[in-house]
Design a binder for this molecule. Structure first.
Ligand SMILES: Cc1cc2nc3c(=O)[nH]c(=O)nc-3n(C[C@H](O)[C@H](O)[C@H](O)COP(=O)(O)OP(=O)(O)OC[C@H]3O[C@@H](n4cnc5c(N)ncnc54)[C@H](O)[C@@H]3O)c2cc1C
Length: 379
């Protein structure tokens, strides 16, 4: 499975990334083509059972394959998968039948929008509102930092139900199909993952048929919780992908670059640097695999996934810093392509729980005390 995913990455994805501008998001037709290829390998809807068009593989197996895909693309796969999982877990049979086939086959791009300019780590601060006018839902608000949104066809928007009020219980989700309910969006110019899709969407009286309301708060909760937990380990594996590339490049460079009459790999401190990088990669990988394995076993995985993502992001970021040092000044040059990996790994500290929030999630499991809001979780 690992080899099949690696072949897909090396043969079908990497050359496409190389052919396009490194600083701009890939065009939509290119994304759709890559999605269709990924779908053929069963990686677009890994969590859906085969009967529902997915591949139904275990999450550890999925993680091992996912790790091979370049993060500018795999971040989009996560967003697509989040959209698919949400419709599958919480949607009505009619919504599943109507919306899932195009997403699962990679014919349409999906995303999920929760974050807003004033609502990030605290999802209870969401202000995007939906109100009902007969058979139509009317959306108003702004979503920000949403993967895939600039080119998406389908977006699941988390909103406050204006009919029922503004408390946590009144959060609902609406599927916005862009061809019938157009909205404005723009790409956000960020430090890394620059060929990927990250953007903002503005809803101004956006009208959506009422049949697109997702309104089953209970039914899908367990599936969705697992989805978030898996995502943390997967983002950790994106960091591993980047640091592994840096390790490979640093080993090669250290074997040919000569200073003081010998290759720099023969200097003891360079060997220590390489050892540190390799240790960070391996430890991060194993923590992420372990977290996914715990999920596969159906055991509680809040702490394990939080620990894995936070450790992997921090350790791999440090590893990339060290890899840049192995390259000396060349590590700073764009042509060496190491600084690009460093900018990409920096992006991973934020989605699916910032490092601070993940520390609090892990700390809550260790202590039984909820530090977010200072309320004891256990008696
Ligand atoms: C690459 C990328 C992809 C993303 N994709 C999506 C997506 O597809 N859909 C989506 O909805 N969102 C997405 N996001 C948004 C992401 O989920 C949010 O950015 C994240 O939740 C943090 O919110 P924020 O940026 O507003 O930071 P804030 O919540 O404002 O946090 C700012 C700082 O305060 C710290 N902080 C906040 N609260 C606490 C606390 N209680 N204790 C200690 N420290 C705290 C944070 O750790 C951080 O350092 C993505 C972001 C990125 C970078």
């Amino acid at each position: 499975m690992r080899d099949a995913a690696r072949r897909l990455a090396e043969r079908d994805i990497r050359p496409v990334l190389e052919r396009h501008d490194r600083d701009r998001p890939l065009p939509k037709d290119v994304f759709l083509d890559l999605f269709a290829r990924v779908a053929r390998l069963g990686l677009l809807a890994p969590r859906l059972p085969e009967a529902a068009g997915g591949s139904g593989i275990g999450m550890l197996d999925y993680g091992i394959m996912f790790e091979q895909i370049p993060p500018a693309i795999s971040m989009s796969l996560l967003s697509q998968d989040g959209c698919i999982a949400r419709i599958y877990a919480e949607g009505t049979p009619e919504q599943r039948e109507r919306l899932l086939p195009d997403l699962v086959a990679g014919r349409k791009i999906g995303c999920t929008g929760s974050t807003e300019p004033d609502a990030g780590s605290d999802p209870r601060a969401i202000r995007t509102r939906v109100r009902r006018e007969g058979d139509t839902l009317v959306l108003n608000g702004t979503k920000m930092w949403i993967t895939n949104v600039s080119l998406c066809d389908i977006m699941i928007v988390t909103c406050v139900d204006a009919v029922r009020g503004n408390s946590r219980d009144c959060i609902v989700k609406v599927v916005v199909e862009r061809d019938q309910s157009p909205f404005e969006s723009r790409q956000i110019d960020a430090i890394g993952l620059r060929q990927g899709l990250l953007g903002e969407a503005v809803f101004e009286n956006c009208r959506v048929p009422v049949r697109n309301l997702i309104d089953s708060p209970e039914g899908g909760t367990k599936v969705l919780k697992t989805t978030w937990l898996v995502n943390r380990a997967l983002v950790g594996l994106q960091a591993v992908h980047l640091a592994q590339k840096a390790l490979d490049a640093a080993l090669e460079y250290a074997g040919v670059r000569k200073q003081f009459g010998k290759v720099i790999a023969a200097h003891q401190l360079v060997q220590k640097n390489l050892s540190d990088i390799a240790t960070a990669v391996e430890a991060s990988r194993l923590l992420c695999y372990r977290a996914l394995s715990i999920i596969d076993q159906g055991r509680p995985a809040e702490g394990a996934t939080a620990m894995a993502k936070r450790f992997a992001q921090m350790a791999c970021q440090e590893a990339l810093w060290q890899a840049m040092n192995v390259f000396g000044a060349m590590g700073l040059a764009r042509e060496a392509r190491i600084e690009e990996l460093y900018r990409d790994v920096r992006m991973l500290a934020i989605p699916d729980g910032t490092n601070e929030i993940l520390a609090l999630i892990h700390g809550r499991e260790l202590t039984g005390i909820e530090a977010f809001r200072g309320v004891a979780q256990t008696a």
